[in-house]
Ligand binder design. Structure first.
Ligand SMILES: CCCCCCCC(=O)SCCNC(=O)CCNC(=O)[C@H](O)C(C)(C)COP(=O)(O)OP(=O)(O)OC[C@H]1O[C@@H](n2cnc3c(N)ncnc32)[C@H](O)[C@@H]1OP(=O)(O)O
Length: 156
């Protein structure tokens, strides 16, 4: 049995996200785990994730960085407190800011590896930097400011 992923701990009401929701049948359903101090997601883009034939769409890469990093932010908060992710109070993070640099074309048809590192935890926000690699080469680099989801998110 593989170790549970961060996303396995998301409750039903936040499990519909296009990038990381386990209940979104048309979504990416990424799964992220710690490997030492780094968080890792592995994902193989599908043909519909094409930008130019043979290469991955940049928006897909941004989605991977985004959800990888918000999951890492939550896991980092639990880790800082020495708590398991199924304990209360629950930490849920949304994207406040997403920045991605595309360093080289990303080939389609191979497994991508997203690696994240927590740059800093400051109050209600966590800054995560992430790389996306294909065949051992970093093709994109990103930084996410993840902020704790407010109670009543989406109510206007
Ligand atoms: C739980 C699983 C869900 C999966 C999520 C997957 C990722 C997503 O796609 S989430 C959807 C996209 N994101 C959103 O819709 C977020 C919409 N925005 C919001 O809800 C709010 O504006 C939110 C939560 C980001 C910030 O609101 P709020 O916490 O009230 O503001 P505030 O207290 O000013 O911000 C908290 C911290 O974040 C920082 N921050 C906020 N916005 C930004 C920004 N754009 N850039 C940099 N830092 C920012 C603030 O400076 C503050 O830091 P500090 O405490 O050091 O001053």
């Amino acid at each position: 049995m593989p170790e549970p992923a961060f996303q396995d701990y998301y409750p039903e009401n936040v499990s519909h996200c296009y990038g990381c929701g386990s209940l979104n049948a048309l979504g990416l359903r990424i799964r992220t785990r710690w490997e030492g101090d780094e968080s890792v997601t592995r994902f193989t883009p599908r043909p519909e994730h094409t930008a130019i034939p043979g290469f991955v769409y940049g928006g897909l890469l941004a989605s991977l960085v985004d959800c990888h990093s918000t999951g890492t932010a939550a896991a980092a908060m639990y880790r800082q407190e020495g708590r398991a992710m199924d304990t209360l109070p629950a930490y849920r993070f949304v994207t406040a800011s997403l920045h991605v640099d595309y360093l080289a074309p990303t080939p389609l048809g191979v497994e991508l590896e997203v690696r994240g590192r927590v740059k800093r935890i400051e109050g209600r926000k966590v800054v995560v930097e992430a790389t996306v690699s294909a065949l051992g080469k970093v093709t994109a680099r990103g930084e996410v400011v993840a902020a704790q989801m407010r109670e009543g998110f989406g109510q206007v």
